[in-house]
Design a protein around this ligand. Structure first.
Ligand code: SF4
Ligand code: SF4
Length: 364
């Protein structure tokens, strides 16, 4: 779409929103947070439309206690923790996995669960524990890897379960009622798997508009236009601007793969606490791949780094710039909290693209 077309959408958003109080739209997913900055979408929005981040970054919502357990495992002499790169920099109580390496912790950075399986295969004398984090997008790959380990009869591969389901988290946010949310910009990647239809209960029960979007400027602006239009008309429906990739039903085969290996369970989210049915446990038939069981682990208490507002940031209660540590003690080079760790973390996105201080307006 050319500049004129983009301008037309932006003008329509501004015209629709001009007569109402400022509305808060939550971008659930970290990739949207970055794309909204990177494409300039945020700066095109009027003062009356404010975008806030939500709990859609798997790294950011992973509890401190989980990071601590990963560190404990990595320090065992016969165990290697295999993990995505962004997890190694998340600070734990004793430091990040990266820092623990200096104390002898064994950590292998992998790009997929299958890489972790390959590590286990190559190193039969060691236990390989994959940090299985991520939303519905990554869960099927973990499930497939567990099945592969079983087919091969591998005895030294385990997962530390940290997968999360986004819809229960949205329910929790809304039922707490602490954050004014007028609509959800629903994640593109997760929706490929769960389908646009998964947001129906959010729209109907809480009367919140939900619009699925991809990550290009036009698609995101169109989605924001649809959200604003619904909000000013007091409508609450699910719409989808990412029809090329997202269907109503989603990817049934991927979901079946997950359901074969995992069952819903309660899970602890950073700052949000225990959310019913928001996590996934290995089914009893696959429990032998569970690192918690195998190594007799249990979660310790949660400790928030002093002054860190990550918990508020991932619930849309605070902007990164409202954290006293932002840009001072906390930077991408030396992150204090998880939101500053990866490129898609909200604080890292604000550090790179956003203003240094909180300021009014839709382009915050
Ligand atoms: S850290 Fe991110 S890429 Fe990694 S999960 Fe967060 S939002 Fe996505
Ligand atoms: S600036 Fe750092 S410490 Fe503050 S909320 Fe963001 S990640 Fe947490």
């Amino acid at each position: 779409m050319d500049k004129e077309g983009i301008r037309g959408i932006v003008d329509e958003i501004a015209a629709l929103a001009s007569g109402s109080d400022r509305m808060n739209l939550m971008e659930v997913c970290g990739t949207h947070t970055v794309s909204l900055f990177r494409t300039g979408a945020k700066s095109l929005l009027p003062e009356t439309v404010r975008l806030v981040s939500g709990p859609g970054c798997p790294v950011c919502v992973t509890s401190q206690a989980y990071i601590d357990l990963a560190g404990e495992l990595a320090l065992r002499p016969d165990t290697t923790v295999c993990t995505y790169g962004d997890m190694v920099r998340v600070p734990g109580r004793r430091g990040s996995l990266e820092a623990l390496r200096a104390e002898g912790a064994k950590v292998a950075v992998v790009y997929s669960a299958r890489d972790a399986l390959a590590y286990a295969r190559r190193n039969p004398e060691r236990h390989a524990v994959f940090l299985a984090v991520g939303f519905e997008t990554t869960t099927p790959a973990t499930a497939a890897t567990v099945l592969e380990a079983e087919n091969e009869g591998l005895k030294n591969f385990y997962i530390l379960g940290g997968h999360k389901r986004i819809i229960p988290a949205m329910h929790t946010l809304l039922s707490a009622g602490e954050v004014p949310i007028d609509g959800f910009l629903c994640p593109g990647h997760v929706s490929v798997v769960i389908g646009a239809g998964a947001y129906e209960p959010i729209a109907s029960h809480y009367r919140k508009p939900c619009v699925v979007a991809g990550f290009e400027l036009e698609g995101m602006l169109r989605a924001i236009l649809l959200l604003v239009r619904q909000a000013v008309r007091y409508e609450a429906r699910v719409e989808n601007t990412y029809g090329a990739a997202v269907t109503v039903e989603g990817n049934r085969a991927a979901r079946e793969l997950t359901e074969r290996v995992f069952e819903p369970s309660d899970a602890v989210w950073r700052a949000m606490g225990r959310i019913p049915e928001s996590g996934l446990d290995l089914r009893p038939a696959y429990r032998r791949y569970d690192a918690m069981d195998r190594f007799g682990l249990s979660f310790g208490s949660e400790v928030t780094p002093h002054g860190c507002l990550c918990g508020e940031v991932i619930q849309g209660k605070a902007l990164p710039t409202e954290c006293a540590l932002f840009r001072k003690k906390c930077t991408p080079r030396e992150p204090v909290g998880p939101c500053m760790v990866s490129m898609e973390g909200t604080c890292a996105a604000w550090y790179k693209y956003g203003p240094a201080r909180a300021e009014g307006g839709g382009n915050r």
